[in-house]
Design a protein around this ligand. Structure first.
Ligand code: XBP
Ligand code: MG
Length: 248
């Protein structure tokens, strides 16, 4: 049976990329005196690479940007990224980004049913805590037995590493778990770890990707007043994604 739900964060539980991470990167670039600016269209292309530091490196390669040979490139990227995280967490503290419809409802249902909750994400751990505490409710982070995030594994999604790490921490087998993801990179990572994936195409950046590998694809988890559109699979006659749908 289903023993744990493993959630992605960015794009899945909240719409964090376009108006969260993206402006935070731009603020860090400006503060460092760089004339780099990631508009929404460019950012959509850069999302092909997961992880903020990896994304900055990818951008520099694409744009042919080279730094002064005396500069330690990795250290510069790490410093830029630390400042980006500070800007992003500040945005979250202002309550700028809400949870997606149905997310808190499903977490409550899982807790009531004894289904364990975990996170497997590419983003930085402090971003996850700040999102849960400010978009959700105080103490929400403690609902998650495992928060597997960021650089705790060497290879980011679509590599399976972060899901494999979460399974180890939960001490569960892949077949006992279900991953909830919003992107092709995320669904591939879950599947490569042997975990079934539910894809929620809430993220405008990833909604058009090919999710052929996922069992169920919906536009949101849904609430009584927020109807779900099913793109693949079926909800077994239900109006939104609940635990019964996930265990069917
Ligand atoms: C999320 C990401 C992250 C965020 C930025 O991917 O790719 O890089 O954009 O986070 P996923 P950091 O939802 O597949 O986990 O800057 O903290 O790395
Ligand atoms: Mg995601």
């Amino acid at each position: 049976g289903l023993k744990a739900l493993i959630f992605d964060v960015d794009g899945t539980i909240a719409d964090t990329e376009r108006d969260g991470h993206r402006p935070a990167f731009n603020a860090a670039f400006a503060a460092a005196g760089l004339d780099w600016h990631w508009d929404p269209a460019l950012y959509g292309e850069l999302l092909a690479v997961t992880g903020g530091k990896e994304r900055i490196r990818y951008f520099m390669q694409r744009a042919g940007i080279t730094l002064d040979p005396s500069v330690d490139v990795e250290a510069s990227i790490a410093a830029l990224h630390r400042d980006k995280t500070a800007h992003y967490v500040k945005l979250l503290r202002q309550g700028a980004i809400p949870l997606r419809p149905g997310v808190l409802r499903l977490w409550r249902e899982a807790r009531a049913a004894g289904v364990r909750l975990a996170i497997a994400t590419t983003t930085t751990p402090e971003n996850v805590i700040a999102l849960l505490e400010h978009a959700g409710e105080p103490g929400l982070a403690s609902w998650f037995e495992v928060i597997a995030a960021g650089d705790v594994v060497p290879n980011k999604k679509p590599a399976p590493d972060i899901f494999t790490y979460a399974l180890e921490q939960l001490d569960l087998k892949p077949e006992d778990c279900l991953a909830i993801e919003d992107s092709d990179n995320g669904a591939q990572a879950a599947l490569a770890a042997g975990i079934r994936a539910l894809v929620v195409t809430v993220n405008a950046y990833t909604a058009d990707q090919d999710f052929g590998a996922a069992a169920l694809v919906v536009d949101q988890l849904g609430e009584p007043d927020s109807p779900v559109r099913v793109l693949a699979g079926d909800l077994g006659g239900r109006a939104w994604v609940d635990l019964a749908v996930l265990t069917q």
